[in-house]
Design a protein around this ligand. Sequence first.
Ligand code: IPE
Ligand code: IPE
Ligand code: MG
Length: 262
Amino acid sequence: MALFKSSTQEVPTTGAIPKHIAIVMDGNGRWAKSRLLPRVAGHKKGVDALRRTVQACAEVGVEYLTVFAFSSENWRRPAEEVSLLMKLFIRVLRKDLESMHSEGIRLRIVGDLSAFEPELRAAIDYAQELTRNNTRFNLNVAANYGGRWDILQATRQMLIQNPELAQHPEQITEANLQPHLCLSDCPEPDLFVRTGGEQRVSNFLIWQLAYTEFYFTDRYWPDFGKPLLMEAIASYNQRERRFGRTSEQLGLSAQADRASAN
Ligand code: IPE
Ligand code: IPE
Ligand code: MG
């Protein structure tokens, strides 16, 4: 399994198109409410927005998309909404699986899957197994995911696999922990997008977002698609990603790159 370099250990290579985009798909409920529809109607439209976004990302050359579908805190919602979301999840998994597979999409579900019903877990296992060798595009769906859970489960795994580290905690490095985190075989997200107007992380990929560029839009998730994706990418292209260095250093390294290319 290829491990990607950590942005805090080494400066990553970056380009005009983000390799990995992470999205908090927020605002489904308000989208529905503003149309006097039940909240679940917003979640259903949100699935269409996700389909459009996957297509658009693959078209423009994004390689990895990680979307927040259900947080570890979303169990606090009314039981009826949670149950409708689970039903929708199973239905979409089944309905879209063949087309995703034929389009070369590798699907992964990240999060604490032990909380889900056996039927949903079986559908997830099947989908992951079927698409595991696909390489055209990577779709990661965070479900019952929480950033703090991720760090804790990685810590537990690290200590189970390397019990000697518990005796020598001073020897623990990022390199020991990183392989156990969700998405350890994906580059860290270049761009984080949150729709729906809130400007918060809501316990999404808190470790992996260390050097990610943030983009917020007031538009609700069901309205998302290629035009809004391109707005987010255009904003990303205005950023100077310094990874701790100065602006002057960036200018010098760009000059050196041009000189070595000539
Ligand atoms: C995001 O939309 C989808 C999930 C959290 C499952 P919301 O359901 O949070 O929509 P708002 O924020 O209430 O509008
Ligand atoms: C974050 O949205 C989780 C998902 C989009 C799945 P929420 O709507 O649950 O976030 P908060 O509670 O407003 O922070
Ligand atoms: Mg919300």
